[in-house]
Design a protein around this ligand. Structure first.
Ligand SMILES: [Zn+2]
Length: 90
């Protein structure tokens, strides 16, 4: 019996490899806009983080999103992303 291969991605918070569907994709589009990609279908450069604010905060403190996207990210954007993430957890 063959095992189905699960796509794995690294969380930028805890830096552990996790199945893609357990992570949230954050994407930066051509206009440099950063948003959460709940469906995993938005075009642009993506970074993955666990669906918990802990990992998000870790990534934020370590500036890993900035590094992944090679851009600076306003606090406003972080707050907006965090709100979306928290809403998704309800
Ligand atoms: Zn994580």
């Amino acid at each position: 019996m063959k095992m189905k291969k699960i796509p794995m991605r690294m969380c930028i918070g805890c830096q552990e490899m996790k199945p893609k569907k357990e992570l949230i994709r954050i994407v930066k589009n051509k206009e440099n806009e950063i948003s959460i990609d709940f469906m995993g279908k938005k075009p642009g450069r993506g970074a993955y983080v666990c669906k918990i604010t802990d990992c998000f905060e870790k990534a934020r403190r370590a500036k890993r999103l900035e590094r992944a996207f090679e851009t600076s990210i306003d606090d406003e954007i972080y707050e907006a992303l965090k709100r979306e993430l928290e809403e998704d957890n309800d």
